[in-house]
Write a protein that binds this ligand. Structure first.
Ligand code: ZN
Length: 221
């Protein structure tokens, strides 16, 4: 039995939701190993089901395997979308049905970036404005091994960047605007604004590249 199979067996011995490891755990800073079917079909299916339960109960819109202590390149995603239409429109955030990403990778399409508040289930208690590529090309495969090659825009692109970064040992705080950092105990003042423009004004940070419009950011050079 491989080390991964043993770790998954240990996880599966307990019902999901499983504990989500927090920043400071080395697994969150390691590059996840490529997944090439090392788990049997049953264990893989049970792992995915447990990750889905863990993500939903958290609740979150994505969960990468390192967040449950597994250094393997698997992530799950599901976003019911925001409760109000204005936020959905401004953030380009349609509902995303549950899906599995195996060995995902992304690259930017165009050079436009968008900045919004973002949080992480492994950095509990904090949120910060993070600039992300507005549009990315996502590649990898799904849970059946079928190839994924698609272009995503807006929040679905943001989720994919966040989760894929986890598999490379990166956290959103590595690239977030730290002056925007907001504790959950205060974050409601900002994070429910459709855009972070008001937070930028009051907390004193520039939305990179476009301090006047805030939402759309052009990067060049
Ligand atoms: Zn995260």
């Amino acid at each position: 039995m491989t080390a991964l199979a043993e770790e998954v067996e240990r996880l599966l011995a307990r019902p999901a939701p499983w504990p989500i490891v927090q920043a400071g755990h080395p697994v969150l800073r390691a590059t996840a190993a490529r997944y090439d079917g090392e788990l049997g079909d049953d264990a893989f299916a049970a792992l995915i089901a447990g990750m889905r339960t863990t993500m939903r109960e958290a609740p979150g819109v994505g969960l990468a395997a390192p967040q449950i202590g597994l250094g393997v390149a698997i992530a799950v995603v599901e976003d019911p979308g925001p409760p109000d239409e204005e936020t959905a429109r401004v953030r380009e955030r349609p509902p995303v049905p549950f899906r599995v990403l195996v060995n995902p990778a992304y690259e930017p399409v165009g050079d436009e970036r968008v900045a919004f508040y973002e949080g992480c289930l492994s950095v509990v208690g904090w949120q910060a404005v993070t600039a992300r590529w507005r549009t990315v090309r996502l590649t990898g495969s799904d849970e059946r091994g079928a190839a994924i090659d698609e272009v995503l825009t807006g929040w679905p692109a943001r989720i994919v960047q966040h989760e894929t970064d986890h598999l490379a040992g990166r956290l959103y705080v590595d690239v977030a605007e730290m002056r925007s950092l907001a504790s959950d105990r205060f974050a409601a003042a900002w994070v429910y604004d459709p855009t972070p423009e008001r937070a930028a004004t009051v907390l004193g940070f520039d939305l990179p590249g476009a301090p006047t419009s805030g939402r759309r950011v052009d990067v060049s050079g």
